[in-house]
Write a protein that binds this ligand. Structure first.
Ligand SMILES: *[C@@H]1O[C@H](CO)[C@@H](O)[C@H](O)[C@H]1NC(C)=O
Ligand SMILES: *[C@@H]1O[C@H](CO)[C@@H](O)[C@H](O)[C@H]1NC(C)=O
Ligand SMILES: *[C@@H]1O[C@H](CO)[C@@H](O)[C@H](O)[C@H]1NC(C)=O
Ligand SMILES: *[C@@H]1O[C@H](CO)[C@@H](O)[C@H](O)[C@H]1NC(C)=O
Length: 285
């Protein structure tokens, strides 16, 4: 490369660098800001100069705190970052972090351009993974509602989005988080939540059948079990049909993208370069 081309290259680099919107990463359950590392390396390689922020709050055991407590703090941290970038930011939110981010998007007047929901249980969780067995050793999946659908159970993050298809009335009575986000219980702020959510330009949903943790895995694409544990896809969910928080509107204006990717176990979504190259990179402009 001669000197002329090299300086043009530098100029272009500097010019494109300012064009990429900043990215905020929100970690999953029992993890911390370190979880962003591989994704941030990929972004820096592909889009050098991108400003990167990893939320450093409710790390590890603290991630079991109630969801609204997390959302209120993390939302105000995110708003401080967003205030620095009037042209908007992107979010990459992994697993439970994807629900934290969805709640931030509904509760706060944000300026998020694209929200990458990376294998997040957007319709809730109904599966006894190893860590649930660790937290509640004496309960099996079908009995967990007894502990999670209670005032005490709602003090644990997982209780806030536990969605037992066989106990929907109790879910609506007790879930003070997911049912509120979906406007399944009357939320006096539902219209404000919907307006905030619709400030979003794109929602990119990533998940797949070999996830092994998100159950059913279709929850990563807003699908869920019915009472026979058959999958009801997003488009047939009552809160989609009612457009309860704006998902249908977002879909109709071509703001929803769904990627179903086989061959990826839950803990590898944010470290897998193929996933980044196929389904994340092009959104971070
Ligand atoms: C749900 O709440 C309603 C109203 O408080 C009550 O009548 C009903 O018994 C509750 N159902 C369950 C399953 O807890
Ligand atoms: C959807 O709308 C119907 C009719 O207005 C209402 O009965 C139902 O509770 C709503 N459900 C949700 C989840 O918004
Ligand atoms: C939320 O649900 C209530 C009760 O069903 C309804 O009156 C309200 O319009 C809903 N909000 C939105 C944004 O659909
Ligand atoms: C990475 O993702 C691809 C699919 O995009 C998959 O085939 C591969 O097995 C994954 N590798 C790991 C280590 O998860």
């Amino acid at each position: 490369m001669n000197a002329y081309f090299f300086s043009v290259f530098l100029l272009l680099n500097a010019w494109t660098a300012v064009a990429f919107k900043p990215v905020i990463f929100m970690h999953g359950i029992l993890a911390g800001p370190h979880e962003s590392q591989d994704s941030f390396n990929f972004i820096t390689e592909e889009h050098p100069g991108t400003q990167l922020y990893a939320i450093d709050a409710f790390n590890h055991q603290e991630s079991l705190q109630p969801m609204w407590k997390q959302v209120d703090f993390i939302g105000s941290e995110m708003l401080k970052i967003m205030a620095l970038y009037p042209d908007g930011v992107h979010l990459i939110c992994f697993s439970q972090g994807g629900l934290v981010c969805r709640a931030v998007l509904e509760k706060f007047p944000h300026n998020v351009d694209t929200f990458i929901s990376l294998s997040a249980p957007q319709s809730g969780q109904f599966g006894d993974t190893n860590f649930l067995k660790f937290l509640f050793p004496n309960y099996i999946r079908d009995n967990l509602y007894k502990v999670l659908y209670s005032l005490e159970g709602q003090k644990v993050s997982i209780g806030n989005y536990w969605n037992d298809p066989h106990h929907q009335e109790m879910y609506k009575n007790y879930s003070d988080f997911l049912a509120v986000l979906n406007n399944q219980t009357s939320n006096p702020d539902s219209q404000k939540f919907k307006d905030n959510f619709l400030r979003l330009k794109h929602l990119v949903m990533i998940g797949g059948p070999d996830d092994g943790v998100i159950t059913p895995w279709q929850s990563s694409h807003f699908g869920f079990y019915d009472s026979a544990e058959e999958i009801v896809e997003m488009e047939a969910q009552q809160w989609y049909i009612n457009d309860s928080f704006g998902l249908q509107t977002l879909d109709k204006r071509k703001g929803l993208t769904k990627y179903v990717i086989p061959g990826v176990h839950h803990i590898h979504w944010h470290t897998n370069r193929t996933v980044f190259d196929c389904c994340i990179k092009q959104w971070l402009t």
